[in-house]
Design a protein around this ligand. Structure first.
Ligand code: ADP
Length: 362
């Protein structure tokens, strides 16, 4: 691994417990990792520790085979060859774009410096913008200049902390795809922090879900969505709810009983013996619930959100459970209406039932 975190913990002098707790993860050269999680879960602290701006309380950070952080050791930021891009583009307003981009490569001979500025501005899609000033550019363009500035010194690792959070939502997703293309073209290893799932999926090869200082899962987007390692990941990624379920074996076939009726024909499911009496909670995602007028199970529409091609309906079953369903938007039903639904799940995600003690934290 090019970047290798082993059991990293970080505590601030004034925090009683670590805000980053026992995190291990690795990035290969050229890979883009994304850390995602709710505000305050420790993403920025982890990034700052990798940059050398915070020290490790326990564990280690290895970069290119060399330990750069561990308890009692912290290689200074300037010796790590790590670049950073923050959410406010922080371009110098009184310097031209060319001089902004050249900021970290002043030591190069002028001709080489000019060539590198030209190269990275071309890479970010802004060739020939050297003589412009920040105020002449849009927010998205300014952020691309900030990226060019960070890439100019050819960092071994680029850290990006919510780089698009000041931009319009539409622009953010487009820019996320663009930035992925730019980082791949530059063959840069990068660690990117966001709280936006679409952005994480658009940018990352590997995505880490953090919660309260801990890393719950470090995987590709498909695995996070289809095989969430914890209840937190299951709830945080995508739209879904847990419903009480019983796994049974009927005539050699595994059947999962749910408030929506039995899930049968499941291809990938735990055996009944995985849980006491087969009783567990099953994850029902909005895209697992199909609207079908002929279905036996009926549910009442509590809320609906228009998503263009689809509605995201929040529905209540007669048994009181709530589920969500993505339904093509030409099925425009009224609030309060009862519609037929069935679950179409082939890979069944289950977790142990929460004890009563745990329930309030859900
Ligand atoms: P995120 O980037 O996921 O929003 P942060 O890493 O910024 O999370 O913060 C994690 C926790 O550490 C929060 O509880 C925050 O209040 C605390 N924290 C962040 N910076 C400091 C600091 N300089 N001193 C003390 N506590 C801090």
């Amino acid at each position: 691994m090019f970047l290798d975190l082993q059991h990293l913990s970080v505590r601030y002098a004034n925090t009683p417990t670590p805000v980053v707790r026992d995190i291990s993860l690795g990035l290969r050269t050229g890979d883009i990792g994304v850390l995602i999680g709710p505000s305050g879960c420790g993403k920025t602290t982890l990034l700052r520790a990798v940059a050398g701006l915070e020290s490790a309380t326990a564990g280690s950070i290895t970069l290119g085979g060399k330990v750069v952080s561990q308890a009692g050791l912290s290689l200074p930021p300037q010796d790590r060859q790590v670049g950073m891009v923050f959410q406010d583009y922080a371009l110098f307003p009184h310097l031209s774009i060319g001089r902004n981009v050249a900021f970290g490569i002043e030591h190069l001979p002028p001709a080489e410096r000019r060539a590198r500025v030209d190269e990275v501005l071309t890479l970010v899609g802004l060739p020939g913008h050297e003589a412009r000033y920040a105020h002449e550019l849009s927010g998205g363009q300014q952020q691309r200049v900030a990226l060019a500035r960070a890439l100019a010194p050819k960092p071994r690792l680029l850290l990006l902390d919510e780089p698009f959070s000041n931009l319009d939502v539409d622009l953010r997703e487009r820019l996320a795809h663009e930035v992925r293309g730019i980082l791949k073209a530059a063959q840069t290893t990068a660690l990117f922090v966001t709280h936006d799932q679409l952005e994480a999926f658009a940018v990352g090869d590997t995505i880490g879900v953090m919660h309260q200082g801990a890393l719950h899962q470090w995987d590709n987007a498909y695995t996070l969505y289809h095989r969430p390692a914890t209840r937190f990941v299951a709830e945080f990624i995508g739209h879904g709810v847990f419903a009480p379920a019983v796994i049974q074996e009927v005539a050699g076939q595994v059947v999962v009983q749910t408030p929506l009726g039995p899930l049968d024909n499941v291809t990938d499911c735990p055996l009944p013996s995985a849980y006491p009496n087969g009783q567990c909670d099953v994850l029902l995602r909005a895209d697992d619930i199909v609207h079908d007028d002929s279905a036996v199970a009926k549910a009442q529409i509590l809320r609906k959100a228009f998503r263009g091609a689809e509605f995201l309906y929040t529905l209540r079953l007669a048994t009181g459970e709530t589920v969500m369903a993505l339904v093509p938007s030409h099925h425009d039903h009224a609030l309060g209406e009862w519609i037929g639904i069935r679950a179409q799940v082939d890979h069944v995600v289950t977790f142990p039932k929460l004890s009563n003690k745990e329930l309030p934290t859900l």
